[in-house]
Design a protein around this ligand. Structure first.
Ligand code: ADP
Ligand code: MG
Ligand code: MG
Length: 252
């Protein structure tokens, strides 16, 4: 079972001279096996929502709740959130010089499971996850994200997703900057993950094109720190045709 329940979430960040409210009351529930797409213009607060779910210290929750299977996520540390089954693929994956992909994945898996994975099956699993995401086995020995192309970073995020097998995956613009082949590889990976049945996916995107490959159950239009509209996949088709304009105008 996995339900992520976000209720009336308000989030601020400190800028040099003021406190700015970025999320202004976000309510969203992702149930077992559901894929939700959040679509919205740049600067609407999509990444802020992703970081807040993951527990980034820059973002302060001033109101509202986030529950995972009834547990209070906001009371958990970043590590505890990962152990509880939350996964975030960041819009801009960070480089970790000196830490190999292999060690990074093993450390993450050990932290999440509470015990080290069995070496023999683990090496096989890592190679399979890399191969499934069109990454050469040699990537295991490279420093995390260092010198990776944009597409390699995103494919590495999906390899991580498949290996760590969280309950709910938050994917922040995993499609941006991908060519059509990489987009297909990444989408196939997300679909394999989602096909596990009880998994939740929150797919944040700026463009509709990934939704040709990943079929969301629900689409939310995100504008100015709020969900302005929600619907089924047909809402993505409407956005494709008309863009965000109508929602942006209505939000000001
Ligand atoms: P999106 O992902 O939808 O493009 P973001 O969540 O990245 O939007 O940003 C929403 C707004 O919040 C923007 O105006 C951005 O400048 C601001 N913002 C986000 N994070 C920070 C931060 N750490 N410090 C200051 N401003 C921030
Ligand atoms: Mg958002
Ligand atoms: Mg963003």
């Amino acid at each position: 079972m996995s339900t992520l329940e976000i209720k009336d979430l308000h989030v601020t960040v400190e800028t040099e001279d003021s406190t700015k409210e970025i999320l202004k009351g976000v309510t969203l529930t992702i149930k077992d096996g559901e894929t939700h797409a959040i679509m919205g213009p740049n600067g609407s607060g999509k990444s802020t929502l992703a970081y807040t779910i993951a527990g980034h210290p820059k973002y302060t929750v001033t109101q509202g709740t986030i529950l995972l299977d009834g547990e209070d996520v906001l009371e958990m540390s970043v590590d505890e959130r990962a152990r509880a089954g939350l996964f975030l693929a960041m819009q801009y994956p960070v480089e970790i010089p000196g830490v190999s992909v292999s060690n990074f994945l093993r450390t993450a898996k050990t932290a999440i499971d509470g015990e080290a994975p069995k070496l023999r099956t683990w090496v096989k699993d890592v190679n399979a996850a890399l191969a499934a995401n069109n990454l050469d086995a040699s990537f295991a020995q490279r420093s995390v994200n260092e010198g990776f192309s944009g597409g390699e970073k995103k494919r590495h995020e999906i390899a991580q997703l498949e290996l760590l097998a969280p309950k709910v995956a938050v994917l922040d613009e995993t499609d941006s900057g991908l060519d059509i082949d990489a987009l297909k590889v990444v989408s196939d990976g997300v679909n394999r993950f989602a096909a596990n049945g009880d998994k939740g996916v929150l797919l944040i995107t700026h463009y509709t094109r990934i939704l040709r490959y990943i079929k969301p159950d629900f689409v939310h239009v995100f504008v100015n720190g709020r969900i302005a509209e929600q619907g089924g996949p047909e809402l993505a088709d409407e956005l494709e045709a008309t863009g965000y304009d109508k929602y942006v105008k209505a939000a000001v």
